[in-house]
Design a protein around this ligand. Structure first.
Ligand SMILES: C[S@@+](CC[C@H](N)C(=O)[O-])C[C@H]1O[C@@H](n2cnc3c(N)ncnc32)[C@H](O)[C@@H]1O
Ligand code: SF4
Length: 454
């Protein structure tokens, strides 16, 4: 990869798990009542047709990985589990009171934090209580994030029996020096053990999260990690670029110095090497950051242009409504976003007052909906059609000028009104999306709020 291109395009930018991105939500014009109204409208439009998704955020972790940008709560007190589950169930009841009929659950994801911090018995209680008050769709898609150091056979068996068929494990990197720097000692044996057990139980899609560009990360470490990954043959691999966001309060990323991080050119080389090796092993790159074997559902969704992107990353199915339960969880009604408080304490207090605990959000206007569609097209399908509706909103001369420059740099091509991202441009898809991001173009952030695009 040309270093000049990296220098040119490596700027702070969103990862576009939503549009508008969270820092650009118009929280001042948002209210819980509007959230309820838009959710209800969307639910009534779509529940019968396609069901809903439920995301449950389980925030606790036994120890802090110092690179982690997730919303988590570190504790060794497992007594927190009971209270937290009670609160999530109360929140679910608040939603059920609002909805006019029983939700059909099509998708459910347990994210974190570390869902496998909770005992299998408690996870069973939580899920059975949720399912008892809903209808489970045909062929539901239930998935979870497991930590290789604490996911047990019993966890995986219990969840499999409840319908879970997809599991992702946080691997990050196998290099001992990297693991020490990020305070996450996790031997290959642990990953091997959980991966093989998941397969033996019958999980249909097993995914490994890898991160490149971590402190002290070298090309040799990357090659070794990919080799080890190959021996376990996961169906999907997320190859995330390390998002260095030390200015976000409480992310705990100050355990190493900025100078311990690989330079952008090295970071890019790490990615290129990882990608090349994965492709040689039969993985296909999908959207941004993701690789999958050809028999995995995500690959099928990608080639049929059915992939969707949301706060959890890419998914092979899509519902108009996603209800997020738990501390910091984000809900999406298509017409609006809403987020719960980022501390367990505040989350619990609001739910205990009998209120749906959303504290910020955004109601999408016509323009937002049009731009959102383009950004989803680009992030998922690497192409989008500029139609007449778009022209009403975008100052196309301005956007076209930027896009023309990217076309000259070989990052995209025009086929009539269709913009297609090239293989070279795939690395810069966030930059391409940024040319459509009217919210950001109108109001550039005054301080660093996004990680670098490369
Ligand atoms: C909630 S964790 C996964 C489950 C479990 N807590 C674990 O660590 O195994 C979600 C994933 O986000 C990714 N992640 C977290 N912080 C990141 C960062 N700063 N940059 C890039 N990826 C990050 C990691 O790959 C991590 O496995
Ligand atoms: S990477 Fe996973 S285990 Fe580590 S702090 Fe983040 S959420 Fe917790």
């Amino acid at each position: 990869m040309n270093n000049q291109l990296i220098n040119k395009y490596n700027i702070p930018g969103p990862r576009y798990t939503s549009y508008p991105t969270v820092p650009y939500w118009d929280n001042d014009s948002f209210s819980t009542n509007q959230w309820k109204e838009t959710l209800l409208k969307s639910f009534n439009e779509s529940n019968e047709k396609e069901g809903i998704s439920v995301y449950i955020h389980l925030p606790f972790c036994d120890s802090l990985c110092t690179f982690c940008a997730c919303h988590k709560h570190i504790t060794v007190q497992h007594s927190v589990e009971d209270n937290y589950i009670e609160t999530v169930l109360k929140e679910w009841d608040l939603y059920l009171d609002l909805l006019e009929y029983k939700p059909i659950i099509k998708e459910l994801h347990l994210g974190g934090g570390t869902p496998t911090f909770f005992s299998p018995k408690n996870l069973k209680r939580l899920l059975e209580s949720i399912f008892n008050k809903a209808i489970i769709a045909d062929k539901p898609e239930f998935s979870l994030e497991g930590h290789p150091n604490n996911t047990t056979r019993e966890h995986m068996r219990t969840l499999y029996d409840l319908g879970f068929r997809r599991i992702s494990f946080g691997v990050q990197d196998y290099d001992p020096k990297v693991q020490k720097a990020i305070n996450r000692i996790q031997p290959y044996e642990n990953v091997k053990n959980v991966t093989e057990t998941a397969r033996e139980i019958g999980y249909e899609s097993i995914s490994h999260d890898l991160v490149f560009g971590l402190p002290f990360h070298t090309l040799d470490a990357m090659k070794d990690t990919i080799q080890k990954t190959k021996t376990l043959n996961p169906d999907r691999i997320a190859l995330y670029s390390y998002a260095h966001v030390p200015w976000v309060k409480g992310v705990g990323q100050r355990g190493f110095k900025d100078s311990d991080l690989p330079k952008p050119e090295v970071k890019r080389e790490l990615y290129e090497t990882g990608k090349e090796m994965l492709e040689e092993m039969g993985y296909v790159e999908i959207g941004m950051d993701h690789f999958s074997l050809k028999d995995d559902k995500l690959y099928q969704a990608a080639i049929h242009k059915k992939m969707h992107r949301n706060f959890m990353g890419y998914s092979s199915s899509n519902t108009q409504v996603m209800i997020g339960l738990g501390m910091s969880a984000i809900s999406d009604s298509w017409y609006s976003f809403a987020q719960n408080p980022k501390t367990v304490k505040e989350y619990t207090e609001i739910v205990n007052r009998g209120e749906i605990p959303v504290v910020k959000g955004h109601i999408l206007n016509e323009e937002d909906l049009v731009i959102r569609r383009h950004i989803l097209n680009l992030m998922c399908n690497l192409e989008t059609n500029i139609d007449d509706r778009t022209l009403n909103y975008i100052d196309l001369d301005n956007t076209k000028e930027r896009l023309e420059e990217m076309a000259n740099d070989g990052l995209l091509e025009w086929h009539d009104n269709k913009l297609i991202v090239t293989e070279k441009g795939r690395l810069f898809v966030r930059n391409i999306c940024m040319t459509f991001d009217l919210k950001m173009l109108r109001n550039k952030p005054e301080t660093r709020i996004f990680s670098m695009t490369v």
